[in-house]
Design a protein. Structure first.
Length: 271
């Protein structure tokens, strides 16, 4: 492991930190996060895999092949632990964790959440005035929210002088709308310094329309701003940074940077 320290590039260390925080990404997601092309990404990722710094898995799929899902390998996990002064994990334990992740029923949900933030990062790479200032995983969100609510993620998006903190709820269409809407009660109980807009990232515009209909009937708790977007619509209109967000109670769609901010869009937000 000591020999690897002199071979890791700054980008390699960036990938290790990302995988430590967010567990897994597809090849295409890592291309958007850290590489300029698929070819360069595959060459470097395969090299890191051969050195046990990264691991990967994919499921059988016909036709074609499923994209690789990348995780920390035994050496990568040991490097992260060493950097924290923690006991180095056994290689077998790291492999077991990867196997459990590969078979987890929540894997698709995790990749959807990560994909949302990857899309924002990719947008910022091509728009100099935009930046994803903060990206928290579910575990970090739980630390901030206690037992009140369990967001899938949290971010702070900055775009040409406007700054918008937000919570993310990624929906795969597998839960009833009543259960989805029921999560808003927890957000209403958060302290004012955490009263960020709640973004529902939905799979289809049909699901989005049904959610708005349900919210018109049930109402939104006081003090909570809710906005929705659908991946099928966002795919053709600039992704989650673009004018895809529909605030509950308003007919028009706005950019992420134009959503209401508890700071009024300025640069001050709770860390």
């Amino acid at each position: 492991m000591a020999a690897e320290l002199g071979r890791l590039t700054p980008r390699d260390r960036f990938l290790l930190d990302l995988l430590d925080q967010h567990r897994t990404f597809t090849t295409d997601q890592l291309v958007d996060l850290a590489f300029g092309s698929v070819g360069r990404a595959r060459n470097r990722l395969n090299t890191l895999h051969d050195r046990d710094i990264l691991d990967r898995f994919r499921h059988y799929q016909r036709p074609g092949s499923q994209a690789w899902r990348w995780t920390l390998g035994p050496v990568g996990a040991a490097l992260i632990a060493a950097g924290r002064g923690e006991t180095l994990p056994r290689p077998a334990a790291v492999r077991d964790a990867t196997a459990r992740l590969a078979m987890s029923p929540t894997l698709s949900h995790l990749l959807t959440v990560n994909g949302f933030f990857v899309a924002l990062t990719a947008h910022a790479r091509t728009y100099p005035g935009a930046r994803l200032v903060r990206w928290w995983n579910e575990a970090r969100c739980r630390e901030a929210c206690g037992n009140l609510v369990r967001p899938d993620g949290h971010g702070v998006w900055a775009d040409n002088g406007r700054t918008v903190p937000f919570w993310v709820e990624a929906d795969l269409g597998t839960e009833t709308l009543s259960r989805v809407v029921g999560k808003l009660t927890g957000y209403a109980a958060l302290p004012p310094r955490r009263a960020y807009p709640v973004l529902f990232w939905l799979p289809t515009t049909a699901r989005e329309t049904n959610l708005h209909t349900h919210l018109r009937q049930t109402g939104v708790p006081d003090g909570v701003t809710v906005a929705t977007a659908a991946t099928d619509h966002a795919a053709t209109t600039g992704g989650p940074a673009g004018p895809v967000w529909r605030i509950v109670g308003h007919p028009d769609r706005v950019r992420l940077a134009d959503l209401p901010s508890p700071t009024g869009g300025g640069a001050s937000w709770d860390g």
